[in-house]
Design a protein around this ligand. Structure first.
Ligand SMILES: *Cc1c(COP(=O)(O)O)cnc(C)c1O
Length: 410
């Protein structure tokens, strides 16, 4: 008899996006002529930068010639890319990271999800609430979450509420957490932690012998000076923090797939017999066993993101999205609705008016102005009463959506 991993049974279906799709499809069936605008997607829409496309073409040609063909590459990524990452993302900010602390991958979703492979089952996990669902669901799969209560919260997970009341700055947990997931700039709230706020977490992790898993997928969207781009800008973070980066939102790689994870060599965690084991060694072992590297052509494309033209081109695309973000945030505020984020991230997180629920707001927005967003409660219990709009649409669609909302009788 074969058995399944029962943790997959207690993990409920991903209700959020299928429910949104169902409601939109039902609306369109009854209103076939309606022009529904989607401001709910967490995917980019602008094409790849020309510098990236050129690098891809060149790499494809190399693969087509016997003299320059490449088969399996290093599981950790090619030196040309690891070196380029170190000099642009870290050395340029005065951070000391070496190329063998960089693990190139097919993206931050897999890395944040897979990192739990090298962590013990009994760790206490802490997440912000609301949260990017991958952190929670992968811990459920690993058996670390316990059971779910009526609000959707897991009893072994420590939730760190992030709401308008605390300006979306989570308080340190009142009970010990071993592993803390932080995502800044944040998806879904679009908010950030200032340097002194992030330092509290690094200090906590050092004091408590905890590890921070820091997801910096939206680093490229930061516009304010006192928001750290990397957790390693904080003194002491090299001893306690893993950082995840992605080319997905930075450079439109959602369909191309490339990211990387930084695992400093000095970070250790305990074995059952109280030895301190370097995580860099374990992650290397995990990756060389279960992963065979990111495509050569994709790594050449990622390298091109760092060229002078590449940097100029991705900045223009990000400016395009952030212009949409400004239109959304200002339009929402003009309606007298509280809006957060949208300054250092492509997400606007709004407080639903008159305390209506996230789903009631979704239904009204869809039915009355034909605009689709994402109900905040889908990201965790403390997302109830909030709603997410994204800046990844076109300027024309975003402008039209905001015109409809401006004329909306709420
Ligand atoms: C989009 C996103 C990522 C990127 O994932 P990829 O697998 O690299 O595309 C990572 N973390 C968060 C919070 C995201 O929203």
């Amino acid at each position: 008899m074969a058995f399944i991993n029962d943790n997959f049974i207690i993990l409920s279906e991903t209700y959020l996006f299928s429910e949104i799709a169902r409601k939109v499809a039902a609306y369109k069936e009854h209103n076939p002529s309606a022009n529904v605008i989607r401001l709910g997607i967490g995917d980019v829409t602008r094409p790849l930068a020309p510098a990236v496309v050129t690098a891809l073409h060149q790499a494809v040609d190399e693969m087509g010639q016997a003299s320059t063909f490449r088969g399996y590459g290093p599981e950790q990524g090619y030196d040309f890319l690891r070196q380029t990452i170190v000099s642009h993302d870290f050395e340029a900010r005065g951070i000391s990271i070496s190329p063998d602390e960089i693990f190139v991958s097919d993206g931050a979703k897999s890395d944040t999800g897979n990192f739990g492979d090298i962590l013990g089952k009994d760790n206490i996990i802490a997440v912000t609430d609301p949260v990017y669902p991958v952190y929670v669901d992968t811990n459920v799969m690993a058996g670390r979450a316990g059971m779910q209560d009526a609000s959707g919260a897991w009893n072994n997970i420590v939730y760190l509420p992030c709401t308008a009341e605390n300006q979306f700055v989570p308080s340190l947990p009142d009970k010990h957490a071993d592993i803390i997931y932080l995502c800044y700039p944040n998806n879904p709230t679009g908010t950030t932690l200032k340097r002194d706020e992030l330092k509290k977490w690094v200090d906590y992790a050092r004091e408590q012998d905890s590890i921070i898993l820091f997801d910096a997928a939206y680093e490229a969207f930061i516009s304010e000076p006192d928001v750290p781009h990397s957790i390693y800008e904080i003194e002491g973070a090299r001893d306690v923090a893993i950082e995840f980066r992605s080319f997905s939102k930075t450079a439109g790689f959602t369909g191309l797939r490339c990211g990387y994870t930084v695992v400093p060599k000095n970070i250790t965690a305990h074995s059952k017999n109280h030895e301190r084991i370097p995580l860099n060694r374990l992650w290397n072992r995990r990756q060389t066993t279960k992963f065979n590297g990111t495509a050569y052509i994709v790594q050449r494309a990622a390298e091109a993101v760092y060229s002078a033209e590449g940097q100029q081109q991705i900045k223009e695309t990000i400016a395009h999205y952030m212009h949409n973000a400004t239109l959304i945030r200002e339009g929402i505020e003009k309606k007298g609705i509280a809006a957060f984020g949208g300054v250092n991230a492509p997400y606007i997180w709004l407080k639903t008016p008159d305390n209506i629920s996230s789903w009631q707001f979704f239904d009204r927005l869809l039915n009355e102005v034909n605009v689709v967003g994402t109900p905040g409660v889908g990201f965790g219990p403390h997302g109830e009463g909030y709603f997410r709009l994204t800046a990844f649409g076109s300027l024309q669609q975003t402008t039209e959506a905001m015109q409809r909302i401006a004329g909306w009788k709420l």
